[in-house]
Each structure stands twice: as C-alpha cells, then as structure tokens.
Design a binder for this molecule. Structure first.
Ligand SMILES: [Fe+2]
Length: 286
C-alpha cells in the first residue's frame, strides 16, 4: 500500500501519487503515459488524470504496479480497475497486469486457445487472476521466455496442473518445469505456438510466436523515447553479438505484435512490422 508520507517529491498535487518504494520498472508509464513520468530514480505523477479515460488508465497502473507504490485518494474506482484484468489486447490475447517484483515488474500475457490456454511469463499470484483464468478454462501451458521472468509460475502451475515450458539453459529458475526445451532450433510446441530460441539476453532465452503475436521476453521491445523497436546491450546478461544474431533471425517470421516482458509493446500491420525490424537491424549495426 503506497504511503503518501513517503511520496516522491516530484508528484504534482492531487489524488494520485507515487511513493519511494517505486523500483522505476516502467509499468505505470506503459499503462498511463499521460499521468506518470520518470524522475531518473522513480516514477512520479507528472499530471493528474484529466478525464475518466486517463483516470481508468492510472488505476490500471495502480493495480499492475509490482511494488504497490501508487496511491490514490479516489479509491472508488480501484475495484472496477481490478475487474478489467486481464486487459484484452487483440484476438484472444490479454495482458495480465499484477506485475511481480520477482521479475522486476515484467509483463505477462494470457492466451485463450481451443487447445488449452497459455500463460506467457508470470504475474504475481493473485486470486483475482486465478479465478479469471479458471472462468475461461484454466491454464494448460505456461511458457517461460527466460529465467528472469518466472515470478509465480510455480503457483499458477500448481493451481491449474499446467505444463511449464522453459529452455534447459534457464532451468535453474524453474527446476521442476514439466517440459524442457533443448538446442537452438525452433520447436512447434502445439498448433499455432512456435518457440524460437533467441539466445543473447540470456543463453536459453526463447521467444514465442502465436499467429500474429510475438512474445519477446527481454529480447526486444518498443522504445517510446526512440520511436522504434530496440534492444539493450546494458541489460544483456549473456552475449550481445548472439542477441543481435537472434534478432536478425526473426526476419524469417511474420508478425504484427511485439509483446515484451520489459519495455513497451508494439503493434503494426505485418509489412510495417517487418520494416520496423529492418530499422532495428540498421540501428544495431550502426
Ligand atoms: Fe530478463
């Protein structure tokens, strides 16, 4: 629960505030960019929400914040904001919210599918989400892109008897995973679901392609500051040359969405996304 006595000094006056427990993970700025800014150390309220739409977005940020660092005196909307999660993105894909401090606020996603539902990386374990998943048929698979973003995958797996899928080189983060991938060739895990090894950020990092959705973990993401797709050498834990090669291999695939663990998501028509990937490759080669 955020504490106004510890509010970040830069917050503008009004109902919403961020306190100094903030870990500056960017979740709130992704969900409510008109409300939240960055001091360089923390997120802060740069402008109080000016209309109901922006207020709902700020409440979504409050719900998703991994450290409970956002507070508001306008509490009447919080329950409705909780009920909005998982937030639909497109087709049968939703953003889970309830980001976990265990993954430094990584994003996770829920995919409804006739062959069984999927969780991609894991949110905090909360009853609200577990009930929502149950209402929609539970979870059959939990795909873990890499070791950093497993959060409470074990708890969701236990609740739904779901199969956790992770690369062997990331297995230390989820040693009891039921399905362990080996090697560096793409693996069709199920119809419509292709695991694509993308070593670089970590050695066994994998992306997941589901129809027009590419779940990229921490391999690449959209940068709102640069206005393009990006990847970061600063948060590359294994091999930057490998990561660049892994990004280049993604040109063989068509997709419209980039849904990352950390960083902003992106959505373009497939040809435009292909151009965006090309722009990224040019930027990385510079
Ligand atoms: Fe990571």
């Amino acid at each position: 629960m955020a504490d106004r006595r510890n509010a970040v000094l830069e917050n503008v006056e009004g109902p919403f505030f961020v306190d100094t427990t903030c870990i500056d993970c960017d979740t709130c700025r992704q969900l409510a960019p008109d409300t939240f800014g960055e001091t360089g150390e923390f997120s802060f309220v740069k402008a109080q929400p000016a209309d109901p739409c922006r207020e709902r977005a700020a409440l979504h940020a409050l719900v998703a914040c991994p450290t409970g660092s956002i507070g508001t005196s306008a509490k009447s909307g919080v329950a409705a904001a909780v009920r909005d999660f998982p937030l639909p993105l497109g087709a049968a894909v939703s953003y889970c919210g309830f980001n976990s401090p265990k993954s430094f606020g990584g994003n996770s996603y829920f995919v409804e599918h006739p062959g069984g539902n999927w969780l991609i990386d894991s949110p905090r374990f909360v009853e609200h989400l577990a009930r929502r998943f149950a209402e929609r048929g539970g979870l059959r698979y939990i795909f873990l892109t890499h070791r950093d973003d497993v959060a409470d995958a074990d708890k969701y797996a236990a609740r739904f008897a779901a199969t956790r899928i992770i690369h062997r080189l990331e297995l230390a983060a989820q040693p009891k995973a039921e399905w362990v991938m080996d090697g560096f060739d793409p693996v069709e895990l199920a119809p419509d679901f292709l695991a694509i090894p993308t070593p670089g950020h970590t050695r066994g990092h994998c992306a997941l392609l589901h129809r027009e959705f590419l779940f990229t973990g921490d391999h690449l993401w959209w940068s709102r500051n640069r206005g393009r797709l990006t990847a970061s050498r600063d948060v590359c834990w294994y091999s930057w040359p490998e990561q660049v090669r892994s990004i280049a291999r993604l040109k063989d695939y068509r997709f419209e969405w980039v849904l990352p663990g950390h960083g902003e998501r992106a959505h373009f028509p497939a040809d435009e996304m292909s151009s965006q990937m090309q722009r990224l490759m040019v930027a990385l080669a510079a």
